[in-house]
Design a binder for this molecule. Structure first.
Ligand SMILES: C[S@@+](CC[C@H](N)C(=O)[O-])C[C@H]1O[C@@H](n2cnc3c(N)ncnc32)[C@H](O)[C@@H]1O
Length: 273
């Protein structure tokens, strides 16, 4: 049985605590362990979901690859991301993985891919629909395209009854937008699949909800990570009050309302060439 050659449009790669490239909305030097762990866990879930949905198996690769196992081919624009991904792949014992530092807008793989999986990258590129068409062109016939990107409006809706949490969520969204990132990707994903000729993309949106201490911390940790951007762009956050007490006040609001918290929703789009 031949194995798929996975082109992973951009891997999960590294902690938000590391310096990021200019194309991302994330600030350099922030430490946000809980948001990083959450992103990592959701990435693993997405990847397992794609593997299960399409019954991707291990076996011998039929491309010009050297292994008897599936091949991962992660790319990212940012060298630090690549290095973190390499460390994580080594920690998981993933030997058949070849990392490329590349701009997804210019990347030209040597062989077509059996599956391309990408997450939270298209929101940072100027023309995501054109990139989806490019990715589609990198697939062999029958190959799988699986992309996941954010849609913030559900998070905002589920936070509408929590005025402080809503203000903080909006401040985080504004920081992403001020950094050039798109925060509502569902239409672009859909239109990219349609423009590629994938007329029946499957779409699924996932909104995480929770009330554990770690889950409650995701939002204030995200805001902390975005703070250098917020300052650099001169975004107003005075209405959030004393930042040293923000986390406690957010917790008190949840307790008062006897409510769970939510976090950014991700929309997944899947299709076969
Ligand atoms: C929010 S992180 C997502 C990382 C990873 N895909 C995940 O799901 O955890 C965004 C990543 O997109 C990368 N990126 C942004 N623009 C890119 C481009 N034009 N080509 C390749 N990677 C890019 C950044 O370097 C960064 O590592």
């Amino acid at each position: 049985m031949e194995a798929p050659c996975y082109g992973i449009a951009a891997s999960r790669l590294r902690s938000w605590t590391h310096e990021r490239g200019a194309t991302t909305a994330y600030p350099p030097g922030s430490r946000v362990g809980s948001t990083d762990r959450a992103l990592l866990a959701r990435g693993g879930h997405f990847f397992r979901n794609v593997r299960t949905r399409y019954r991707l198996r291990h076996g011998r690769c039929h491309h010009d690859c050297r292994s008897t196992c599936w091949i991962g081919w992660p790319i990212d624009l940012d060298q630090a991301s690549i290095e973190t991904a390499q460390r994580r792949a080594a920690a998981f014992g993933l030997e058949n993985t070849s990392f490329d530092r590349a701009d997804i807008a210019a990347y030209a793989p040597p062989n077509p891919f059996d599956a391309i999986i990408g997450r939270l990258v298209l929101q940072f590129v100027p023309n995501p629909i054109a990139i989806i068409e490019r990715l589609y062109g990198m697939l062999r016939p029958g190959g799988i395209l699986a992309l996941q990107e954010p849609t913030w409006k559900l998070w905002l809706t589920y936070t509408a009854h929590l005025p402080l949490r809503l203000s903080v969520t909006k401040a985080a969204r504004d920081a992403f937008q001020a950094g050039g990132a798109s925060t509502e990707m569902e239409q672009q994903l859909y239109q990219g699949f349609i423009a590629s000729g994938l007329h029946a993309p499957q779409l699924r949106v996932e909104l995480p909800l929770g009330n554990s201490p770690e889950f409650r911390s995701l939002l204030p940790d995200l805001l902390a990570a975005l703070m250098p951007n917020i300052i650099a762009k001169g975004l107003a956050i005075g209405h959030l009050g004393n930042l040293n007490t923000l986390k406690d006040r957010l917790d008190q609001e949840l307790d008062r309302e006897n409510s769970f918290a939510s976090y950014v929703a991700l929309i997944g789009a899947f299709g076969r060439r």
